[in-house]
Design a protein around this ligand. Structure first.
Ligand code: GDP
Length: 177
């Protein structure tokens, strides 16, 4: 179950429309099932994945937008995760501008913690409408001291690598303790 010990809680943060639900559904393996039957109400996807020959259990939470204008829900979201994916769309500079604010909010909520945070530039398939270059994304990630990954939920590009990266970040920190 979702409350199990050792399950890695992955929280998806980011503006509306950047692809949080698309990425969560790819993780859950639901993206090509019948969405009208399943409904759009799914908010947590639990799955075990094999990374470097070892199994890991993840729950991916797609709840961030529901916390809009509800500060205790937002704070709860910022407290409960083991890993955070801060997602923006490479075609939307406004969503990119939010990244720094989100990261500061997160680090303020969890001071003195070495939280694994991955900055995710999604929609890399939309080459013609790209507004944020790979270099600019990477630059901000370096400045904010987090990992950077570009994905395309539409093409499933780098999506498996993204969630494998989540597990590796957690293992790296556990092995350091
Ligand atoms: P959310 O509001 O952050 O959950 O974003 P959604 O997952 O609902 O995606 C918003 C829109 O962007 C939808 O129409 C998706 O189909 C589309 N979308 C999401 N990811 C990608 C992507 O990687 N490439 C393209 N071309 N469209 C995407």
């Amino acid at each position: 179950g979702i409350g199990d010990l050792g399950v890695i809680k992955v929280m998806l943060l980011g503006e509306s429309g950047v692809g949080k639900t698309a990425l969560a559904q790819i993780f859950g393996g639901l993206e090509d099932n019948l969405p009208h039957v399943l409904g759009d109400s799914e908010e947590a996807y639990e799955k075990k994945i094999l990374v470097d020959g070892e199994e890991a259990a993840l729950v991916v939470y797609d709840v961030w937008e529901q916390t809009d204008s509800c500060s205790w829900m937002q704070e709860n979201c910022l407290q409960m995760g083991n890993v955070y994916l801060i997602i923006f769309s490479v075609t939307d500079r406004r969503s990119f501008s939010k990244v720094t604010e989100l990261l500061l909010q997160l680090r303020t909520s969890r001071p003195n913690e070495d939280l694994p945070i991955i900055l995710v530039g999604n929609k890399s398939d939309l080459v013609r409408s790209r507004e944020i270059s790979l270099e600019e994304g990477r630059g901000v990630a370096v400045m904010l001291n987090c990992k950077y990954v570009e994905t395309s939920a539409a093409l499933h590009h780098n999506t498996r690598e993204l969630f494998e990266g989540v597990v590796r970040q957690i293992r790296l920190r556990r092995s350091r303790r």
